[in-house]
Design a protein. Sequence first.
Length: 476
Amino acid sequence: MAHNIITVTNTHARFEGPNIYQARTLLSYRQKGYIFTRAYKRGGWDGWVKIMSPSGRFAAGLTPWLAARLHAEGIDVEVVEERPAAPTVDFRLAGLHNSTVFRQHQTEAIEKAEQGERGVVWHPTAAGKTEVLLELARRIGLPGLILVHRKDLMTQTADRAIKTLGLGRGLEDFDKQDVIGVIGDGKWEPRVLTVATFQTLYRRLKGKEGIETWLREEIGQVHVDEAHHLPAKSYERVMANLWSAKWRYGYSATPYKEEDLETFFKVCSWLGPTIHHVGADELAEQGHLVAVDVFMIAMPKNRISWKKWPEAVEYGIISNTVRNSYIVDLARRLNESRSGAVAILVERLEHGTKLAKMLDCPFIAGKQSTKVRQQAYDDVRAGKLNLLVISKIADEGLDIPPLTFLIMAGGGKAPHLTVQRVGRGMRLSEGKERLFCFDFMDRGKYLEGHSKKRLKTYSSQPAYTCSQVEFEEVCP
């Protein structure tokens, strides 16, 4: 019987053997929205995308999954590693002391990741993924990158790294240490372990500014925060240039769903399969997160009907007088109770500006500087600010443990965003026993279906208790 071989480097692999057709079929998916493409409508494409090229080349992170699927079908395959030599360990990083007291799920994740050398750490929001990341980076000790997709996450992560690894009080001591670097937001200061935005690296690669050698030869480990963003082509370009990065890890509360092969393939292509998973319900039972009570507030029938999506957004959400009055009245009642901090999460800047004006409270959005946003978050933590409106910037990286009440004012249907937004409020804080989340059963075309999708998402989460209520029941 002829022999199948997968030759693996840190970035790519090549399949050789008689079963390449089966391998290419396994590594394929039907593209989302393919029925709307011109190629499909003209009959020139059936919507299928093959990850593996005709010559057998594909991203190396999919090797374990492909080998397991082939073995399950009775097809033998041998995996041969041809990885380049790793860079030298830098004892400025490896010799640091980490005083973090790790929880059981963090210890398990660190040990499995260190043994597996690559893969996705699938932990819920507020589970302490950053602590896992920093300890892994320290243990590996090679020059590396921590990749993020927003400049505020870059600042936040670098600040946390300096504190956690005992290098100083945070970014205020950035120039007093030579281990943690930053790339992004106008800064280019790489060091042993550099926190970088994908966008800045991508622009440098695209502009042919000569960073390929540094990425390909000097980076021995890479950690991708919020790894579900990896499907973007700019991220793929950066990951594909990390030739010497044998140790590759992604961290996310919602990396992919089993039925979503497109996202699964694209995330795992550069990182490998899930190596550790823990659910929010498990951590809530162990006392590491608070459980959630979700209240879906019934909305009356709209006085204005619409047929198009922009009209649904305008009249059903942004300028919906009844809905906005519910949000404002509820926020005021919760704020006056002084039972915990209140955050109103919005999707659109116009809506956030309107609600903040009605409530006479701050509106935190991406257009503001990192310093301004951080000051507002610090004020909430210190008890100086109890009510604020926050844009989509709160979807990832928001760390305000005192948040006790979330009002989900923006609508939407994406399950991963719904879970992430709620997760921002599940962090422990003194005197906080539960998180109370308020959402709306909107009416009308598009919005009603989106609300039902969010309701389904809430109801599917073991750590959530979900109820459908009238407004008078939560705000008498």
